[in-house]
Design a protein around this ligand. Structure first.
Ligand code: BGC
Length: 754
């Protein structure tokens, strides 16, 4: 019989235990041969395996592997079943290559489109990111390989990422930056979580006890281990006590020694070290056991899957009719990305592979297309001869398709963008082509939104994001109508950088990043300000059409512990097979004040359904009170006020097709604190205190209004004046015994809110 983890921990020396809490090298944990404890191997990354070649001494010398769509593109599929399939494929590749933990998914929230690593992340919306991450993790782990969901937490910029202090209030953290992790932990039980480099509210994530222990384990029930991002450890002893189990890649023994010394001096309870070792060994033994299973994968099948996922992720942003292309049309492809597409980003997620280009795919399918480079793929360089060739060819063609995008140097791990523009040469050529060719199509290869000053002048825009090695095949299918575009935007595309929620605070002053926009991230911000955007969250066109009807709720009222179901019938009303993403948003129409602001609507459900022409399907969503809630920092809990909510169902956040009213019959009232400075407006709006105050008011009104009731002020102004008065003011005007009256009134009010 093999020893249990408990027995192993008891048999380990202090030195061995400290050693197990850090990596042996860049990618391995340590083995303890005398006790039969194996080492396990971890490798990047979120959309392809980047694992060091056996025998190589260069950590960046990685084997060839399949590059699937990066997070930005995979998220546009709006399909957790798809991220699950992608995860399972990655799990198979990992296992076949001796990797036990895959370092992904990456779920940080897209606070600003400028974040250099947005291409790896999923969304500006935590619900979408969480569901996609859960699918991915379940997929990888179904193959007996672990995951490391990253980077925990509030790591939303690359500028000074190793030290920046993300200052985020409690509600914003709970409502925006944590739920993707929470959903993934609860729905998919990742084996590990990777803490981020940055500080969060003053404490490094790697030694942040509220984050790593109270929230992750206490509130969400995480039962794996936490590893550091590579080199993220600040104070190792503090870190282990806070809940950071494994330091990666290790510090050549320096931090192990610190742990040993701390135990010996009594600064660190040995039980804390034992607990960390136990958590690590639970996973190491499980991983080593599962690694025994036979492993193989079919490279060609995985490439086909990568192309299929890319096709499912392409977003048709605009189409006045130039797409789909038809055989017999004279088509010119312009731009170097037609030949050398950008399909992945730079940094730790970079996969060693080659991609199929749109030109390769056109050749394969016998498409008659002419090609003019027009502009280069790797820099902003304008060559007038090339420009003229492109414009002339475009003018002579029936359709011009421009393959545009961001060069690697514009967008990568390690740095943020400084602006949101494409290279000038590309904007320039697009404008010139559009001036001579009404059927101009732009295909975008970017990891994040770019400003599109030419958007109204071209016929069609297809966004591929960074779609992985199958990008060309996917483009070919989407452009030529062999597949219907069914991707949707997982983030808002703003008109200009200056419109973005954290424009004034991103990336901060180099020391602190103040998340002053609070919960107003992404569409929550643009909707609250009723701001025009280039393309809204959830947007994506199709070559077919969808009709929504018969939307119903299972009940008009939702009880405090209850649930309601929402059903809607969706029909493919066009002539082509396609897939619709049915989106459900909840709007709080109670009118109850919300500390930190009420966001106009929040995504609480989505489902992607494939429909043949004429086919219809009933889509069902389930809602619970949590879906109506915001996070209340005074309660330290989720809270929904009783009253009226709107359930909005539609094609995008700005294309709502049906709105259903729902009454929430919650009995819990929001927390209320009363003292002598509380304004009457608050007390009169609350059913607990209103009767008490109304009673007191009747006695005091004449004195307080200073005769205003006799026409001195318009009634609206009077009402506002009342609203602003505090209890203290009310009594101040009240003549003798004021102090006494105030004390009594406060007592009655305290009783009323108990
Ligand atoms: C990145 C992680 C990555 C790790 C290992 C770090 O620089 O932030 O996402 O998993 O390196 O390559």
């Amino acid at each position: 019989m093999n020893p249990t983890v408990q027995e192993l921990v008891a048999a380990l020396t202090l030195e061995e235990k400290a050693g197990l809490c850090s990596g042996a090298d860049f990618w391995h944990t340590k083995a303890v041969a005398r006790l039969g404890i194996p080492a396990i191997k971890v490798s990047d990354g979120p959309h392809g395996l980047r694992t060091q070649r056996e025998g190589s001494t260069d950590p960046n010398d990685s084997i060839e592997a399949v590059c699937f769509p990066a997070g930005c593109a995979a998220a546009a599929s709006f399909d957790p079943a798809l991220t699950r399939r992608m995860g399972a494929a990655l799990g198979r590749e990992a296992r076949a290559n001796g990797v036990q933990i895959l370092l992904g998914p990456a779920v940080n929230i897209k606070r600003s489109p400028l974040c250099g690593r947005n291409f790896e992340y999923y969304s500006e919306d935590p619900y979408l990111a969480g569901e996609l991450a859960a699918g991915f993790i379940n997929g990888v782990q179904s193959e007996g390989v672990g995951t490391s969901i990253k980077h925990f937490a509030a790591n939303d910029q690359e500028t000074r990422r190793l030290s920046v202090n993300s200052r985020v209030d409690e509600r914003t953290l709970q409502e925006i930056y944590l739920p993707a992790f929470e959903t993934a932990v609860k729905k998919a039980r990742p084996w590990t979580v990777m803490c981020s480099y940055n500080r969060l509210n003053g404490a490094y994530a790697s030694e942040n006890k509220p984050l790593l222990t109270d929230i992750l384990r206490g509130a969400w029930g995480f039962d794996g281990f936490v590893m550091s991002d590579w080199g993220a450890v600040n104070d190792r002893v503090k870190g282990i006590a806070a809940g950071l189990e494994l330091e990666m890649p290790g510090s050549q023994g320096v931090n192990d020694r610190r742990l040993i010394d701390a135990v010996r001096s009594g600064a660190l309870d040995e039980a804390v070290l034992d607990r960390a070792v136990t958590r690590i060994l639970n996973i190491v033994l499980l991983a080593a056991d599962l690694a025994q299973r036979p492993a193989a994968f079919d490279r060609a099948a995985h490439h086909r899957l990568a192309a299929e996922l890319a096709a499912q992720s392409g977003v048709l942003l605009r189409n006045l009719g130039a797409l789909p292309l038809h055989r017999g049309q004279k088509v010119v492809y312009i731009g170097a990305y037609a030949d050398r597409p950008r399909y992945q980003g730079g940094g730790s997620s970079h996969v060693n592979t080659t991609a199929v280009s749109a030109l390769d795919a056109a050749l394969l399918h016998d498409r008659m297309v002419q090609y003019v480079e027009g502009f280069p793929a790797d820099r902003d360089q304008r060559d007038e001869t090339e420009f003229l060739r492109a414009v002339t060819a475009a003018e002579a063609a029936d359709v011009a398709v421009i393959f545009a995008g961001l060069p690697d140097s514009f967008e990568s791990e390690g740095g943020d963008r400084r602006h949101m523009r494409l290279p000038d040469c590309q904007n320039n050529l697009i404008a010139r082509v559009a001036a001579v060719q009404k059927n101009t199509v732009v295909v975008l290869h970017t990891g994040a939104p770019v400003e599109c000053p030419w958007a109204d002048d071209v016929s069609s825009v297809l966004c591929m994001y960074l779609a992985g090695e199958g990008v060309g095949e996917a483009e070919d299918a989407l452009l030529w109508g062999d597949a219907d575009p069914c991707g949707r935007l997982p983030e808002t595309w703003p008109l200009r950088l200056e419109d973005t929620p954290c424009y004034l605070d991103f990336p901060g002053d180099g020391v602190t990043a103040d998340y002053r926009e609070g919960v107003y991230v992404g569409y929550r911000w643009y909707d609250a300000r009723r701001m025009p955007v280039r393309w809204p969250f959830g947007h994506g066109l199709s070559y077919t059409g969808y009709v929504y009807r018969n939307a119903v709720l299972s009940a008009d009222t939702l009880a405090e512990q209850g649930l309601v179901t929402v059903q809607v019938t969706v029909k493919n009303s066009g002539a082509m097979q396609g897939a619709e993403v049915v989106q459900l948003y909840v709007a709080d129409a109670t009118g109850t004040p919300v500390a930190g602001g009420r966001v106009p609507q929040v995504l609480r459900g989505f489902q992607k359904i494939a429909l043949q022409p004429g086919e219809e399907q009933v889509v069902t969503f389930t809602l619970t009170p949590r879906d109506l809630s915001h996070y209340d920092a005074a309660l330290h809990d989720w809270y929904a006020a009783p009253g009226r909510y709107e359930i909005r169902i539609g094609h995008s956040s700005r294309d709502i097709r049906v709105t259903l009213p729902l009454h929430y019959a919650g009995t819990r009232l929001p927390p209320l604190q009363v003292d002598e400075t509380t304004p009457l407006g608050i007390l009169l709006a609350d059913p607990r205190t209103a009767p008490v105050v109304q009673h007191a008011l009747r006695a005091e009104t004449a004195a307080m209004t200073n005769g205003g009731g006799d026409g001195l002020m318009p009634p609206e102004a009077m009402a506002q004046m009342f609203d602003a008065l505090t209890l203290r003011n009310m009594i101040n005007f009240g003549g003798p015994q004021a102090e006494e009256k105030l004390t009594k009134l406060l007592e009655t009010l305290q009783d009323a809110i108990k």
